[in-house]
Ligand binder design. Sequence first.
Ligand code: BTN
Length: 326
Amino acid sequence: MLKEKVLEELRSADGFLSGQRLADQLNVSRNAVWKAVKTLQEEGYEIVSVRNLGYRLDQATRRLSHQEIVRRLPFEPRLLIFEELGSTNTYVKDHHKDLPDGTAVLARRQTMGRGRLGRSFYSPPEDGLYLSLLYKGETMPRPELVTVAAAVAAADVLISYGLSPSIKWVNDLMLGDKKAAGILTEGELELESGRMKYLVLGVGLNVNTDVFPEQLKSQAISLKQAAGRTFDINEVAAKLLCALDAQMKRLSQDDLTYRETAREIIGSYNQRLYLKGQTVTLSGGNRPDLTGVLLGTDEAGRLLIRSKEETISASYGEYRLNPQKG
Ligand code: BTN
């Protein structure tokens, strides 16, 4: 297709390429080149067009593009990209019967991005990654550690960019003391068999956000703010899809290998646990606030806190640094 050839030429060009030169190289009219450029721009490629100079592809593409993600992946993903959705998790839940197993749904913005504990997830246009993966049937990972393994996968992606994330149990990725990403795993249990009918793994990552709303400023951070540079959102998306795919495959192994895998995943998770070894206060759930030293998590991903000579495990709640002792 012409647009792909135009894209290839622009990609290998060093700076601007004139419409005439492109037309000559590809043996088509200038008008055909112009149309191909227009289509590419509509698909999300940032192609700058300057009179008398021609076209230039802006390398730091900030707009999600199917092609730009797919070309970076070693496998052929089932990928849907929407301009806008209420929530990618809700979309996948609502359409789980019709969508093929393994489908990844991305939106350029969410109007009702959801987080854990009924919270919302700030999802401004273009600057973040809002992604949900559907698992059903054979490839379904064991649900217990999906959030934990997804956090490890997302942390690996940030590390590959030279950042130093930590994981705040159970589902947040932190850069310093601010949240860069959140994970929301949802699904439906089949009551007769006790097995999951389907599972939705949702990840939201603040990529190129410059400014957060006033009420989030002290809690949220983007990769751009942390690293001081713009990230190619398609590259980040591809890396995240790869890392999640690898971790989820590990969680769908048979019993023999699973135990060892689970141990490894929990090991990586604990190595990166936010505030590990410090005195924290855990709130939420059915118990009063609990203050103690954060030890880590057990093999099932429950949080372990040492308080008054006793080790308590928790599967629900949220912790913060204890201001008196921290
Ligand atoms: C949290 O902060 O507790 C989790 C946030 C998860 C946000 C992602 S963005 C993609 C997917 N769709 C949603 O509505 N939520 C998740």
